[in-house]
Structures are given as structure tokens and as C-alpha cells.
Design a protein around this ligand. Structure first.
Ligand code: IPE
Ligand code: IPE
Ligand code: MG
Ligand code: MG
Ligand code: MG
Length: 358
């Protein structure tokens, strides 16, 4: 299959997604300002890779495309909300996104936050209110789609990863299992271990005393271990990337399969494929932040270094990061090679995701 045939298919899928997204915004009852802010970010021409993954997984599993459209729109809404919030001054403080000024630069912080909130809730509404009874989708499958999306987007997925990403700017030790961070310094975000932050908040407020409850009930935390090896830091970083970016990408594949009656082997293989390309995708994003061009990227490069982000090129250098991304793409392609021609588009997309220049 030629690369140009893949590009044609990708464009076809993007056209379907754009049209479906426009339709979901055609609703009354919203304040005009909110509608403008949501539309501004959602219709700004992102690559639409996550909804494309939903449609390709659905296609590979022999599903009907119409059954996958609501889930495809929903994941793009969650992704767009994550970008609006990611760009806020309290997070990555970015001025450009998708070739435009960021949402808060145009609409102000409050409306940008609320546009993100609106997109997140609209995503679940889009899945919940899809028309059933025409294809394979029933109520149970809708609940399953909502579970997949919530889990990919939430505390053990994208949102949790964003927290770790911010905390890692100042050298926090990633410890996901216990959800405790050992923090060296307090960064601009005020990211501290949960207990330290709670302790400070408690100290600063004049609470009426409650019998039997003292502030010493908040546990102490160990100081940051500055002797962590490079290997440990790569493991920590891969955990951040898998959560903040990989979870939604793997979730897109899971969602696509959930819109069909795919058997567990297919789902497992798609999940493995998703985890590999999810990490590879964020490595590619880190690389583009070093090597990319603002006009192509639609966002300003060099921000990771400005912010002191923990990144793959920062830890491993450019060549080793590229090699790692390529190795992950190979592993992803191997996971779905057993499906032969049926998985060809997914394999093409996996390569595109790391070879892209934007
Ligand atoms: C950017 O995602 C943010 C990351 C998770 C790395 P994309 O590169 O997919 O952004 P859009 O959707 O094309 O704008
Ligand atoms: C963003 O990662 C991940 C999200 C959950 C949005 P980055 O902060 O690296 O994404 P960009 O580079 O700003 O697009
Ligand atoms: Mg970020
Ligand atoms: Mg960012
Ligand atoms: Mg980035």
C-alpha cells in the first residue's frame, strides 16, 4: 500500500470527523461567548489523530463507521479541552496553539477554563446521546465507552499525567502507586506533594479547632533523592508520558474496538499497539519542541527547555530519543501485524505519528 493511498484515506477520515464535530456544536442554549470559545479551539484544525484512531480501530474490527463517530468526536473534545488547559498560564503558559493564539489569550482565563470544562462534559453527552438501535451499539456499550473515556482522561490517565508533568518540572519523584511526590523545590505552579500543599493550606487558614484532629495527622514526606540514576529518570518520564498522552491515544483504540463486537485478542493487541504509539507520540512531540518550526507546528517550539520540563531529548539526546520512538513504532506494528492487510492503515498511522513535522 502506498503512502499516498494512506494520505488519501487519512484525509477522508478527517473530513468525516470535521463534519461530525461541526454538527455536535449545532445546539442552542449556550451563551454566545462560550460557543465562540469552544468553536475557536475545537475547529482550529488539529491533526485529528485520536478520532482517526477510533475510526481505524473500528474499521479494523469490521465495525460500522457510523457507530464510531460519537466516540471519535468525544475523544477529540477531551483532547481539545486538555490542550486549552495545558496552555493556561498556571500550566505551560503558551501563547500559540493550532496556529492561533491560545484560548486564554483571546477569551481570557476564566472563559478558557470554562470552554475546556464545556468540551469535557460535551464529550460524555455526545457518547450518551448517540442514536442506538441502528447498528451494534446498545446501552451497555455506551456505558463501556464512557468508562473507557473517563479512565483515559482522568486521574490515572491524562489528568494524572499532567499533574506529574508539572511536578517533574522541579524534580519531583514520580511515585504513582502511592500518589505521593517527593519534591525538591516548589515550582511556579506551586506543585508540592499533596500532603505538603494540604499542610500549608491548613496552616494558612484560621480553622475553628476540632477536637482530636491536629495538623500533625498529615504524614511527612522524604526529601527528593538527588542520586536518581538516568535510568530511573527515563522510567519516571515514560510513566508521565504514558499517562498524560499515551492514555488518551490508547483509549482511542480501545474506544474504536468498543464500537464493534471485537474479541478479546483483537482488543488486547490494539491496546498494546496504543500504549506503544502513545509513548512514541509524546517522544515525537518532545523532539519537535527541540527541532520543529513554529509555522509548521502551530505552537512555539523551545518551550520545554524554557519551562525546565522533563523530556526524552533532555534525558537521552535527540538520536537516542528518535531510536526509542522508532523502536516503539516497530513494537506497535508487530502487535497488529497478525491482522495482515486489515491493520495496514493503523501501521501507516503509527509511522506517520513519529515521522511527522507538526
Ligand atoms: C499535542 O497533540 C499535545 C500532545 C498530547 C503531545 P497533537 O499534536 O495531536 O495536537 P493537535 O490535535 O494536532 O493540535
Ligand atoms: C501535553 O503535552 C499533553 C496534554 C495532555 C495536553 P505538552 O505540554 O508537551 O503538549 P504541547 O507541546 O503543549 O502541545
Ligand atoms: Mg504540558
Ligand atoms: Mg504544553
Ligand atoms: Mg510538547
Amino acid at each position: 500500500m502506498t503512502n499516498s493511498a494512506f494520505k488519501v484515506h487519512l484525509e477522508e477520515l478527517r473530513t468525516v470527523i470535521e463534519a461530525a464535530l461541526v454538527e455536535t456544536l449545532d445546539r442552542g442554549g449556550w451563551p454566545n461567548s462560550l460557543k465562540s470559545a469552544v468553536e475557536y479551539s475545537l475547529m482550529a484544525g488539529g491533526k485529528r489523530l485520536r478520532p482517526v484512531l477510533v475510526l481505524l480501530a473500528n474499521e479494523m474490527c469490521g465495525g460500522r463507521q457510523a457507530d464510531a463517530i460519537p466516540a471519535a468526536c468525544a475523544i477529540e473534545m477531551v483532547h481539545t479541552y486538555s490542550l486549552i488547559h495545558d496552555d493556561l498560564p498556571s500550566m505551560d503558559d503558551d501563547d500559540f496553539r493550532r496556529g492561533r493564539l491560545t484560548s486564554h489569550k483571546v477569551f481570557g482565563e476564566a472563559l478558557a477554563i470554562l470552554a475546556g470544562d464545556c468540551l469535557l462534559t460535551l464529550a460524555f453527552e455526545t457518547i450518551a446521546t448517540q442514536v442506538t438501535g441502528t447498528g451494534e451499539i446498545n446501552g451497555l456499550q455506551i456505558a463501556e465507552q464512557m468508562r473507557i473515556l473517563a479512565s483515559a482522561a482522568g486521574g490515572s490517565g491524562m489528568v494524572g499525567g499532567q499533574v506529574l508533568d508539572l511536578e517533574a518540572e522541579r524534580g519531583a519523584l514520580v511515585n504513582v502507586e502511592n500518589a505521593e511526590m517527593h519534591v525538591q523545590n516548589t515550582g511556579k505552579h506551586g506543585c508540592e506533594s499533596g500532603a505538603t500543599a494540604v499542610q500549608k493550606a491548613v496552616d494558612s487558614v484560621d480553622f475553628p479547632s476540632v477536637q482530636g484532629e491536629t495538623s500533625s495527622s498529615i504524614p511527612d514526606f522524604c526529601p527528593n533523592d538527588s542520586n536518581r540514576t538516568a535510568e530511573t529518570r527515563v522510567v519516571e518520564l515514560s510513566q508521565i508520558h504514558r499517562m498524560k498522552t499515551g492514555a488518551l491515544i490508547a483509549g482511542a483504540l480501545e474506544l474504536g474496538a468498543a464500537t464493534t463486537s471485537a474479541d478479546p485478542d483483537i482488543r488486547n493487541r490494539l491496546q498494546h499497539f496504543g500504549h506503544c504509539i502513545g509513548l512514541a507520540f509524546q517522544i515525537a512531540d518532545d523532539l519537535l519542541d527541540v527541532t520543529g518550526d513554529q509555522t509548521r507546528l502551530g505552537k512555539k517550539p523551545g518551550r520545554d527547555a524554557d519551562l525546565g520540563k522533563l523530556t526524552y531529548p533532555g534525558l537521552l539526546g535527540i538520536e537516542s530519543s528518535r531510536a526509542k520512538a522508532e523502536q516503539l513504532v516497530q513494537e506497535a506494528c508487530d502487535a497488529v501485524a497478525v491482522f495482515g492487510d486489515r491493520s495496514r492503515w493503523l501501521r501507516e498511522l503509527a509511522r506517520f505519528m513519529v515521522e511527522r513535522d507538526h
